[in-house]
Design a protein around this ligand. Structure first.
Ligand code: ZN
Length: 268
């Protein structure tokens, strides 16, 4: 077991891409071996926090998830559980304590796999930083951002409902024999063209059609992060810019400061 943990560490450390990406990390950003993040995930067990991936690639800690707020008796109980899990994985007391110590509110933690991912810069680092920056915004500014996002998603879902109803009508007509299969097909095409959805994914970056759209609909917290990553169609960003200029200004200033920090770190 000891050997396994040590080996995993050295393998990552030998990877040039890992070392290169690790240099981009700033204050409050840490890398831990995959099994450490997995152990954390199993201890805190907060659904949705780390997604459903088997190996989480990164996590933004908005709170001290290892602290139990409710039961004074078991205060730090999760921390102890985490520590013992790490020791069972073969980490020494010192290593385990070090790993546990980075899992506190305000930190962003990446796994080795996440750090070696081909889209680390935009997909992991910039993405998690944006989550953190939005979380740390003064309440008033955060509200401006979130209200725009919620209004867009609400308008989008109304549109989706309307479209579904209209398509239902076409299908009914086809069933009744009022429309031929071909006519129904053409009607459906016309409908999707006449009611363009606001929320549209960037089909160039999507390998499963509709996946990014669905993710944003079910996890609105990913609206701005997906925009930053280029997962949404450029028309979405344009829409925010035109209809919610205040929100756009906040988003854009966060985005540009995050990107220029990354560019600066690359020069080092
Ligand atoms: Zn995210």
């Amino acid at each position: 077991m000891q050997a396994e943990a040590t080996q995993a560490k050295s393998q990552a450390e030998q990877s040039p891409i890992f070392l290169q990406n690790k240099k981009l990390l700033g204050k409050n950003e840490y890398v831990v071996p995959d099994n450490v993040l997995m152990a954390f995930k199993s201890v805190v067990d907060t659904s949705g926090l780390l997604g459903k991936q088997t190996i989480p690639e990164g996590v933004t800690l908005h709170a001290n998830f290892l602290e139990s707020k409710f039961l004074r008796m078991t205060f730090r109980g999760k921390e102890r559980k985490f520590l013992s899990k790490l020791k069972k994985l073969g980490y020494s007391q010192q290593e385990a304590e070090h790993h546990v110590s980075v899992f506190v509110a305000g930190n962003i933690i990446f796994s080795h796999s996440g750090t070696m991912a081909p889209d680390f810069e935009l997909g992991k680092l910039a993405h998690e930083r944006l989550h953190m920056r939005i979380h740390n915004l003064p309440k008033e500014q955060a509200n401006v951002l979130n209200e725009a996002r919620d209004a867009i998603l609400a308008a989008d879902s109304r549109m989706l409902e309307k479209q579904t109803d209209e398509i239902g009508l076409v299908l009914k007509k086809e069933k009744n024999g009022e429309l031929t299969a071909w006519q129904a097909y053409e009607e459906k095409n016309k409908l999707s063209e006449s009611h363009p959805m606001i929320l549209k994914e960037n089909s160039k970056t999507s390998s499963i059609p509709g996946f990014f759209e669905m993710t944003v609909r079910t996890r609105p917290i990913e609206f701005y992060t997906y925009m930053l990553m280029g997962r949404l169609d450029p028309s979405v960003e344009q829409y925010v810019k035109e209809h919610y200029p205040k929100s756009y200004a906040i988003y854009d200033s966060l985005r540009s400061s995050i990107m220029s920090e990354i560019e600066e770190a690359k020069k080092k």
